[in-house]
Write a protein that binds this ligand. Structure first.
Ligand SMILES: [Zn+2]
Length: 144
């Protein structure tokens, strides 16, 4: 072990112990900072959300962030599609920050979903809902 690394580990240990013994002070300072800097808090949370979304998409697509049906790769158009249609109430639960975090944390969750663009997601929904239209529509992605 180099001296540098030993120093780092020692510092880290000290910081951990400091945090443990000053937990309340530390929390109070954080709350104070948050109440004094609301616009910064919004920015940080937004950045965190965007990062989580990108991470979740990347996990579902195995590193490839594009529509699994037509290949559209415009990030803003992409959505997480439930391969199997759920009840409306469950669909409502499966969105937002906590949904992204659940996808990132859970190993199996990725298999239940796929990345689709908004258009393919709508078609998927219609086909699940009205199976007799299955071969009537096809979506093509052309970059102009
Ligand atoms: Zn698509």
């Amino acid at each position: 072990m180099t001296r540098e690394l030993a120093k780092k580990i020692k510092l880290r240990k000290y910081q951990k112990e400091y945090y443990k013994s000053h937990k309340n002070d530390y929390r109070r300072r954080i709350y104070k900072w948050r109440s004094e800097n609301p616009e910064k808090v919004i920015l940080i949370r937004k950045r965190f959300r965007l990062k989580a979304r990108r991470k979740a998409l990347s996990k579902i697509g195995n590193g490839k962030i594009e529509c699994s049906n037509c290949g559209c790769n415009i990030y803003e158009y992409l959505e997480i599609n439930h391969k199997k249609l759920l009840l409306k109430s469950s669909m409502r639960r499966d969105r937002g920050d906590s949904f992204m975090r659940r996808i990132i944390a859970d190993k199996k969750r990725g298999e239940k979903y796929e990345i689709t663009c908004r258009i393919c997601n709508s078609l998927h929904y219609l086909i699940e809902r009205y199976p007799n239209i299955k071969n009537n529509h096809k979506i093509l992605w052309e970059q102009i």
